[in-house]
Design a protein around this ligand. Structure first.
Ligand code: AMP
Ligand code: MG
Length: 418
């Protein structure tokens, strides 16, 4: 398991910016060392543990990009059409034919190897047949047209996929194109997840009038699943220091990360802080972010601990900024900065300077074709509907104090945050 020193997450400032938080995490979380071999069909989303360079060029051989007629460009008359006899036929998958005869064309199909000597292909749509076995080739085609040279995509030996890449379907395709059947990946990050709160019951259990079903745990487990984690669902812990401490202690050392939600504010019934302090060390991060209240970071028996706020929206937003980079750092992933997409605000907004805010928005196409972000009409951090009925978050930087309708703002799609 990851072993971290006790003061690992300590931070001096009164308020921490999101960038500071991400930098501290990236600098202090040690990636897990274990590597496992993963079959290609299971490789999507995994973090590559070693560099892959091209064991063969792509494409592996020079081939035609179209269905048509292959020729030697130097046989073509300048500025005039030409009639060439068709000698030979080569389709995808056929072994290369004899070298092309001077002044001849070879019938060829997409993906078929170029006959030796041929360097240019006329598309079948651009030629005519004269009924006597000859093909009429128009003037003006550039030498080399419609040919895919060996290695034009990726040359032999080129660096293709770097260690630390979080594999996407297209990356898996590249590994397959190289003929690989498996890749080396960082082993999955093991995360223990608890909810905390006397008011919570698990879906499926009887709910008393003053209780609500625990939703955060399922949201967090789903987000961790998308990050490729192995998730251990540890249910709900009651709001008392002793049982919280016992629950946390039980899982420390056997996971790479302990994640809780709820109980990290400074109210009398927020016991997570004291519980962590009794079994490990804790720092409370006052992050300059809205929604999101203090986030607790700590170490319990060498295992990193993160305590997220209980309000669902705060939990979601702080997950994105604290848990996601931690999980990726634990897996040895290269930093994944998500770049906001410029869109037009269809709302006015006022905010405090020196803190980052996230506004829940829907995207729609305006009459002029531009993309416009409309704000969810209510602001509460407890409104699950505000996450369900929106497409993403508009990120308002620390220096912004107001937004006027029509102003360009940065949009982050939910899918890009997981
Ligand atoms: P807390 O951070 O514990 O003070 O909780 C803040 C608010 O979030 C309270 O209204 C809680 O009832 C609510 N809350 C806490 N944990 C959860 C959870 N796991 N699922 C849904 N709501 C929660
Ligand atoms: Mg609570």
């Amino acid at each position: 398991m990851a072993q971290l020193s006790d003061d690992c997450f300590a931070f001096g400032g009164p308020m921490m910016s999101v960038d500071e938080a991400v930098a501290i995490i990236a600098a202090r979380v040690a990636p897990v060392k274990e590597v496992e071999t993963v079959a290609l069909k299971d490789a999507d989303g995994r973090i590559l543990a070693s560099d892959i360079s091209a064991p063969l060029p792509l494409p592996p051989f020079t081939n035609s990009a179209v269905d048509g007629y292959a020729v030697r460009s130097r046989d073509l008359p300048k500025g005039a059409e030409a009639a060439f006899a068709v000698g030979g036929r080569v389709q995808a998958g056929s072994a290369a034919t004899d070298p092309i005869q001077p002044g001849h064309a070879v019938r060829i199909f997409t993906g078929a190897p170029m006959p030796e000597g041929a360097d240019t292909v006329f598309m079948q749509e651009d030629v005519r047949l004269d009924g006597e076995g000859r093909v009429i080739l128009p003037a003006g085609l550039k030498p080399g047209a419609n040919v895919r040279p060996a290695g034009e995509d990726i040359p032999l030996g080129a660096a293709a996929l770097a260690k630390g890449r979080r594999l996407r379907p297209q990356d898996v395709a590249l590994a397959a194109a190289f003929g690989l059947t498996e890749i080396e990946a960082a082993r999955r990050i093991r995360v223990a997840v608890f909810s905390t709160g006397n008011e919570l019951v698990s879906p499926g259990d009887p709910r008393k009038p003053a209780q609500l079903f625990d939703s955060n745990r399922f949201m967090l487990m789903a987000m961790l699943g998308r990050l490729g984690c192995e998730v251990r669902d540890l249910g709900i812990l009651r709001d008392d220091r002793v049982s919280l401490a016992a629950g946390l202690k039980r899982v420390a050392g056997r996971h790479d990360l302990i994640l809780t939600t709820g109980g990290v504010s400074t109210g009398e019934e927020d016991h997570v802080k004291a519980a962590v302090e009794s079994v490990g060390t804790l720092v409370l991060w006052r992050m300059a972010i809205k929604p999101g209240r203090p986030v607790a970071m700590g170490i319990i028996g060498g295992t990193p601990f993160i305590g997220l706020p209980g309000n669902p929206v705060a939990s979601f937003v702080t997950f994105v900024h604290v848990v996601r980079p931690t999980v990726l750092a634990l897996a040895g992933a290269l930093p994944q900065r998500v770049v906001p997409m410029p869109v037009r605000a269809a709302f006015a907004y006022r905010k405090k300077i020196a803190r980052r805010e996230y506004v829940r928005v829907c995207l729609r196409q305006a009459a002029d074709g531009g993309l416009e972000a409309t704000k969810f009409p209510r602001e509460g951090a407890g409104l699950l509907s505000s996450l369900v009925d929106t497409d993403g978050l508009v990120e308002l930087g620390e220096d912004v104090t107001q937004v006027e309708p029509g102003q360009t703002v940065g949009f982050l799609a939910y899918a890009s945050l997981m």
